[in-house]
Write a protein that binds this ligand. Structure first.
Ligand SMILES: [Zn+2]
Length: 328
C-alpha cells in the first residue's frame, strides 16, 4: 500500500514461500499466531509438541499434541479457517493480496492465482473481510468528520430534502424511488477521526435518528463533530463537548477554517474507486463486508504490507466460521 516497500519485520520476505508451499504456510501462520510459544487451544498449556512421522516430517495435517490434556490441535483451531479444507497457502496469498493493495483483491483474482473454484475463493474472501472487522474498537475522539454516501454516487446538487427522503426500506420493497442518486444502494456512513481511524456503517436511511445514533455509538462525548449541512445532523452538537460545525456544500463552501469533511470524502473516493475497479458488482447484502475491508486498510495505512497482513491474520483469531464452506 505504501509507496516505499518496507519490510522491517521480514514478513514480506517470508510470504512468497508461504503462498506456494503448505509447510511454509503452516509455519508462517503458527509464527504469527503463537510466536515461539505455541499454546494448547483446549486447555491453554504450553507443554505442547509437533507430531512427526518416523521420517521426522510433520504429520500430514500439521497436528500438535498437548501434554497437559492429551488433545490434538492445529493452527487453524479457533480462527476463521477452522473447519476449512482450503490449504493455508491459499489463505496466506489471499490475506497478503487483500492487505498489500489499496483496492483489495477480487475473488476472481484469487481463483486465477490459487486454482480454487470461484465459490471457494469468494468464501475465503468473505472470511478474510470478517477477520478484518474489528471485534471491539474504542470510540473515536478529537475532531471527527461524519459524512454519508451512496456507493454509486451522491450528487451534491440533489436537494437536501430529497437526500433525506429516500428510505432504504422503501427501495428494498420495490416501491418507486427518486431517480439519479444510486438509489438501489443503501447509504454508507463514515466517521473519521482526523489523523486517526475510520469507523463505517451501512445504514437503512439517513434520517436524523439513524445518523445521530450512529454518531453517538461511535464517538466519545469529548469530541468535536464536523459534517456538511444535511439537516439530519442538526442538534447533534449538544451531545459533544466540542460541538457541531458544518460546511455548506450547497453554496460551494468546502472548507471554513479547519471545518471540513475532506478526510471522510477521501475515504469514500477510495472505497468507490475500489468497488468499481476491483469488485464491479457488490450486492447490498455483502456491502458492509467490503466497506469493512476498506476501513481496515485505512486504519492500517501507516503499517507496511507485512505488518498489515499480520494484523489481518491476527484478526482471524477468536472468529469462527459462521456458515459452511461451499463444496468445491
Ligand atoms: Zn491442552
Amino acid at each position: 500500500m505504501g509507496k516505499v516497500a518496507q519490510d522491517k519485520s521480514g514478513i514480506v520476505a517470508a510470504l512468497p514461500a508461504a503462498c506456494s508451499d503448505e509447510l511454509a504456510a503452516v509455519e508462517f501462520m503458527e509464527r504469527q499466531r503463537w510466536g515461539d510459544d505455541a499454546a494448547c487451544p483446549h486447555c491453554g498449556a504450553t507443554d505442547v509438541y509437533q507430531m512427526r512421522g518416523r521420517d521426522g516430517k510433520r504429520s500430514t495435517r500439521f497436528l500438535w499434541r498437548c501434554r497437559g490434556c492429551g488433545e490434538q490441535f492445529t493452527v487453524r483451531i479457533g480462527t476463521v479457517f477452522e473447519d476449512s479444507r482450503i490449504p493455508l497457502r491459499h489463505w496466506c496469498y489471499a490475506f497478503w493480496a487483500a492487505c498489500a493493495s489499496k483496492k483489495g483483491v477480487s475473488a476472481l483474482q484469487v481463483k486465477r492465482i490459487t486454482g480454487l473454484s470461484y465459490k471457494s475463493a469468494l468464501f475465503l474472501m468473505h472470511r478474510i473481510r470478517y477477520a478484518m472487522t474489528p471485534a471491539r474498537s474504542p470510540r473515536l475522539d478529537g475532531t471527527v468528520e461524519v459524512d454519508e454516501t451512496y456507493v454509486g454516487g451522491k450528487p451534491r446538487n440533489m436537494s437536501l430534502a430529497k437526500r433525506r427522503a429516500i428510505p432504504f426500506s422503501r427501495r428494498s420493497r420495490g416501491l418507486p424511488t427518486p431517480r439519479g442518486r444510486g438509489t438501489d444502494k443503501p447509504p454508507v456512513v463514515a466517521l473519521v477521526e482526523r489523523g486517526g481511524r475510520v469507523r463505517t456503517r451501512v445504514v437503512a436511511d439517513v434520517s436524523g435518528k439513524t445518523l445521530k445514533r450512529a454518531i453517538q455509538e461511535s464517538v466519545r462525548s469529548t469530541a468535536t463533530i464536523h459534517t456538511d449541512e444535511l439537516s439530519s445532523y442538526r442538534g447533534i452538537g449538544k451531545h459533544f463537548a466540542g460541538g457541531h460545525h458544518t460546511v455548506r456544500h450547497s453554496t460551494n463552501e468546502y472548507v471554513r477554517g479547519d471545518v471540513h469533511v475532506n478526510t471522510a470524502e477521501s475515504f469514500f473516493a477510495l472505497l468507490k474507486r475500489g468497488l468499481i475497479g476491483t469488485f464491479h458488482a457488490v450486492s447490498k447484502r455483502h456491502l458492509h463486508r467490503y466497506v469493512n475491508e476498506f476501513a481496515f486498510r485505512w486504519n492500517h495505512r501507516k503499517d507496511d504490507d507485512g505488518a498489515r497482513t499480520v494484523a489481518a491474520i491476527r484478526g482471524a483469531e477468536g472468529k469462527r466460521l459462521r456458515y459452511r464452506e461451499p463444496r468445491a
